[in-house]
Design a binder for this molecule. Structure first.
Ligand code: ADP
Ligand code: MG
Length: 382
């Protein structure tokens, strides 16, 4: 996770605004709904049978009406917001408490600003030694490794030494020297974090390695919070960790949650577009709010693992996939990959849709992926 002081340094990420869908979004929702079924390879006949069954049940017993509740709590250097539907305040509060508790526990494991977090304790172990880790840490490492493979190393949780260098550079207002960059790069590379699923151990293969889960931890925590709510019978819920959102079943009587994504120009505070979503994750990443400026050059807090340099492209990407862990990891990688490579990757994934916004010479251009165009045909750029 990013440190608290760092989140002040890089103010809050592109914030996705969330609220239940109104009827005027019904058309978009329906389109999404049907395409989502295709996504899930869901048996349509089974679905309609189930639908008939639920309708029949509903008419036989009149269920108590659901109320909407919203809770917020600061974690991981940002504000987590839970919106859920249930029948009464007491169960809403207990469920939200449990979900925030889960997020806090994950923060204690994954934080890179708490010297005693499990992640930092692992980094303090001698390199080459297999260290037993908790199931949560092992799970997030496993998901990270999958995303590193998928993105050919553009996503890399061993990026820590480079991220630290850029934080330090910002404080001293000078870019890292060539020697500093070389030293940091020598301790980076996702293949140097070895995972053993049988022994559930992690081994750092190089000296001076530093792990950083800032690119995936919020999405993972949002997914876990949503699971906690589901475990308590609350399925109509949404957990937003700033720009990383885990989305459950739709609000009652609606076909999805309306999620507004801000444009690349944070100064104008515009909403570039709004989507209606359910049962998926969505993340937005980019340099619109989080950057450092040194000698007139704007460097993103996202670092290219191949060079150890903060990104200088003005890009924002939004990705939708089955869960928020995947979207959080991928949104960071897509920024590194840039539009052409990023679109090629997203178009190769059957269950992902993305939108890139790129600012060049004062002009913002948008690049929707194939699935994005198909699922949101009414999307009109800018
Ligand atoms: P945000 O923190 O704004 O949600 P991201 O999800 O893109 O944005 O995460 C950015 C964070 O990820 C950085 O602050 C840093 O901790 C970490 N990071 C930077 N570059 C990479 C990278 N190439 N791969 C994985 N993590 C990265
Ligand atoms: Mg991310």
């Amino acid at each position: 996770m990013r440190r608290n002081d760092v989140s002040a340094m890089y103010p809050a990420a592109a914030m996705a605004r969330t609220y239940p869908v109104r009827r005027d979004f019904a058309l978009v929702s329906q389109i999404f709904f049907y395409s989502f079924l295709t996504f899930q390879r869901f048996n349509v006949l089974t679905f309609f049978l189930l639908l008939l069954a639920t309708t029949a049940c509903r008419s036989a017993t009149s269920a108590p009406s659901l109320e909407r509740f919203t809770f917020t709590s600061p974690h991981m250097g940002t504000l987590f917001t839970i919106t859920l539907y249930t029948t009464n305040k007491a169960s809403a509060e207990t469920a939200a408490d449990a979900a925030f508790h889960r997020v806090a526990a994950l923060d204690e494991i994954m934080s890179d600003y708490r010297a005693d977090s499990e992640l930092m304790r692992l980094c303090d172990q001698p390199f080459g030694k297999g260290v037993p880790v908790s199931k949560d840490l092992f799970d997030v490492f496993t998901r990270s490794e999958e995303i590193s493979k998928l993105t050919d190393g553009a996503f890399d949780v061993t990026i820590g030494p480079c991220v630290r260098l850029w934080r330090f550079s910002r404080k001293r207002k000078a870019p890292p020297s060539t020697e500093e960059l070389a030293a940091a790069r020598a301790a980076v590379g996702w293949k140097n974090l070895r995972l053993d699923p049988h022994a559930r151990t992690a081994t750092l293969l190089l000296p001076n390695m530093r792990l950083d889960l800032g690119g995936i931890g919020k999405g993972f925590a949002a997914d876990e919070a949503l699971k906690t709510l589901k475990g308590r019978g609350i399925d109509r819920a949404l957990v937003a960790a700033s720009g990383d959102i885990a989305i459950g079943d739709p609000p009652p009587g609606e076909s999805g949650w309306k999620v507004g994504i801000s444009g690349i120009d944070v100064e104008t505070n515009d909403t570039a577009y709004a989507l209606v979503l359910h049962n998926c994750g969505i993340s937005t990443s980019g340099d619109s709010e989080q950057f450092v400026e040194i000698n007139g050059i704007r460097y993103s807090h996202i670092v290219d693992p191949a060079t150890c340099l903060g990104l200088t492209n003005r890009i924002q990407d939004t990705i939708i996939a089955p869960n928020a862990t995947t979207t959080d990891g991928l949104d960071t990688a897509l920024s590194v990959m840039d539009v052409q490579r990023g679109l090629a990757l997203v178009d190769s994934l059957p269950r992902a849709a993305a939108l890139f916004l790129k600012k060049e010479h004062g002009q913002t251009q948008s690049f929707p992926s194939r699935q994005f165009k198909k699922r949101f045909p009414n999307f009109s750029p800018n």
